[in-house]
Design a protein around this ligand. Structure first.
Ligand SMILES: [Zn+2]
Length: 189
């Protein structure tokens, strides 16, 4: 019981500490905001802001340079996108070309890459090794299957002692005591 009392007393003290600390922090914040208000009152009123980026972003038609600025690239890149047909649809006004904001939005959505589960960027990639060989579509190794010539009579005697020629894979697996071929994997593994 005594230890519980001590614990409660400790908790109360601790909570009081926390509340005091927060109050002090609030005081400091109030001081800061007061200082900021004084400063802003002292400075002359700011002149009307020039058209900001926000206003710019409300334009419905974007020129090539506008889109380039939006993408953070040079206008040449935008023209290249258009020439290659990978850019957003254009709207022609006279001879000038513009991009409609909604078209750009659609284009953004179209280009959005959704992460695929078990994404394998190397899938289907050609390997430098053998002609036509690609990385397997699954990272799991293909299941090894025993040669269907396992546990069968060998086709012929083998030059190797204790081995014989498999009818299926033409390899030389070990011959069991009963004269049948030992379980083996086909050649090539
Ligand atoms: Zn075999």
């Amino acid at each position: 019981v005594r230890s519980e009392d001590r614990q409660r007393k400790h908790d109360e003290l601790w909570q009081k500490e926390v509340v005091d600390g927060m109050a002090r922090m609030l005081d400091v914040l109030h001081d800061i905001s007061d200082g900021i208000q004084k400063l802003s009152a002292a400075s002359p009123p700011a002149p009307p802001a020039p058209p900001t980026a926000n206003e710019e972003s409300q334009k419905r038609l974007l020129s090539v340079t506008d889109l380039a600025a939006l993408l953070g690239v040079t206008p040449e890149v935008v023209r290249g996108l258009r020439a290659s047909g990978n850019g957003p649809p254009v709207t022609k006004v006279g001879r000038r070309i513009f991009f409609q904001r909604k078209d750009i939005e659609v284009w953004f959505e179209k280009n959005r890459e959704v992460p695929v589960e078990n994404f394998q960027p190397w899938r289907g990639t050609y390997l430098p090794g053998r002609i036509g060989s690609t990385v397997p579509s699954s990272s799991k190794p293909a299941e090894r299957k025993y040669c269907s010539g396992s546990n069968t009579e060998p086709m012929a005697a083998s030059p190797y002692s204790g081995r014989a020629v498999c009818r299926v894979c033409k390899d030389h697996p070990i011959v069991n005591r009963d004269g049948r071929l030992r379980k083996h994997y086909p050649r090539g593994w």
